[in-house]
Design a protein around this ligand. Structure first.
Ligand code: IMP
Ligand code: MG
Length: 426
């Protein structure tokens, strides 16, 4: 991905999340100087398998597993400080040196206990199937201009004012939900007081640091969380997360200019999954979904929920290619399909008797959509040891070729297993 003219690269999920961004970022970080997370929060679960150990990262960029790579949490992230320190301590315990190479944007908003409480107690959150990590309520406060930013920890009076405002609002909401739980301003302030001493030394103007790194010619990765179809503007609204997961959000959320971005790598699974509610047009019947879930270990890395499974949807990914300006595609988990007799690709939807090639914005139209499938023969042998494209069976290459044609984006990586080395570069 990196070259003389490609120094700043976005890695973006191009389905409904869990495409394997963590693995791709880990592979690419070997050649990067910086990795920056630009949106979302502890709702993400990025799994990286190093062979003898597996790491699940929620907020810290996957680049942290490469010594010497600097990692930053951008202003677009809603940061849960409690979770952050738990994550740092876990990494340190596993022998990863974090000291001096992890930064947090001082403009990032904080996820506070009352955000998590509101998320947990809200029936609307339950209907969407949120992760319960307080993400929606924290972004709500941000947009409503009553959020608490990292830099507010530097001023105790201001912090008290903001937390009082936030807690009042949360308590009013809890009252409307008929919940008997309430938050106490003093508890929140005590927690923040405990955490500030550790958080403030990490706080920096991340946008400025990344800008300087780019100017000096450094390779910079911007790491997305969730997927394009969970983007608050472009996803299956209201069954979305509360941030811009797409590449446009990368500039805003890292604090750099859009013109600084040189390339965008879209990560897709060789099939489709989604956790939580909302449309999934190519959803498999439960027997096949169960088989795929077992083979692909499709359980949420953050919540442990079983993921819903479907065939590869080229309407979705072609849409994601357009919205993100994908320059490259990484196809992951091809090996999960190794035992399948035949494999389907969705190339269009039929809605009310009409053929649609573009992804509709209206959820009710999506609910009526019947996928148009192309069936391809399976390869029925293991691809786990393939390291060059020539090592793949003809049927697998045909499947990838058809995917590339339908999505109109070149495939640059094919991943054939969870381990770092199980990847083919094209
Ligand atoms: P929230 O981000 O917790 O508010 O959840 C909103 C929706 O996004 C729910 O359907 C979640 O299941 C989904 N979601 C959030 N984070 C992830 C993720 O990392 N992978 C997959 N789905 C996610
Ligand atoms: Mg995940």
């Amino acid at each position: 991905m990196f070259g003389d003219s490609r120094r700043t690269v976005v890695v973006v999920g191009s389905q409904w999340g869990d495409e394997g961004k963590g693995k791709l970022v880990d592979v690419l970080a070997e050649r990067a100087a910086w990795v920056v997370r630009y949106q979302g929060g502890a709702n993400a679960g990025h799994t990286v398998d190093l062979g003898d150990s597996t790491f699940v990262l929620h907020q810290i960029p996957s680049g942290i597993l490469h010594p010497g790579v600097r990692c930053a949490i951008g202003n677009g992230v809603v940061l849960d400080p409690d979770q952050l320190f738990e994550e740092i301590d876990g990494l340190v315990k596993d022998g990863i040196d974090v000291e001096g190479r992890l930064y947090v944007s001082d403009r990032a908003h904080l996820v506070l206990p009352y955000h998590k409480l509101v998320d947990a107690e809200s029936s609307a959150s339950k209907a969407i199937g949120t992760t319960g990590r307080g993400i929606g309520p924290a972004y709500e406060d941000k947009v409503a201009r009553r959020g608490v930013r990292v830099l507010d920890l530097r001023n105790k009076d201001r912090l008290r004012e903001l937390v009082t405002q936030g807690a009042d609002h949360a308590n009013a909401q809890l009252g409307r939900f008929k919940s008997d739980k309430r938050v106490r301003v003093e508890d929140t302030l005590a927690l923040l007081d405990k955490l500030a001493g550790r958080l403030l030394p990490l706080a920096e103007d991340v946008g400025l640091m990344v800008h300087r790194a780019i100017k000096s010619g450094a390779a910079v990765l911007l790491e997305g969380a969730q997927g394009s179809l969970l983007d608050v503007d472009h996803g299956t609204y209201p069954y979305v997360t509360s941030s811009n997961t797409t590449s446009g959000g990368a500039a805003v959320g890292a604090g750099i200019a859009p013109t600084a971005i040189d390339a965008v790598l879209g990560v897709v699974k060789a099939y489709t999954t989604r956790v939580g509610g909302g449309p999934l047009p190519t959803e498999m019947d439960e027997a096949l979904a169960e088989q795929t879930r077992k083979l692909g270990n499709e359980y949420g890395a953050t919540t442990g929920r079983p993921r819903r499974c479907g065939w590869f949807d080229a309407v979705v990914v072609r849409y994601a290619a357009r919205i993100n300006g994908l320059t490259d595609l990484a196809v992951t988990k091809l090996d999960v399909l190794d035992t399948f007799e035949k494999i389907a690709l969705c190339s269009a939807y039929e809605i009310d008797g009409e053929l649609h090639h573009e992804f509709p914005a209206d959820l009710t139209a999506l609910e009526r959509a019947t996928p148009k499938y192309e069936w391809l023969p399976g390869w029925k042998r293991s691809t786990a040891d393939a390291r060059r494209i020539e090592d793949l069976p003809d049927e697998a290459r045909r499947y990838l070729d058809r995917m590339r044609e339908l999505v109109e984006t070149p495939i640059t990586y094919v991943s054939v297993g969870t381990r770092r080395d199980q990847i083919i570069g094209l």
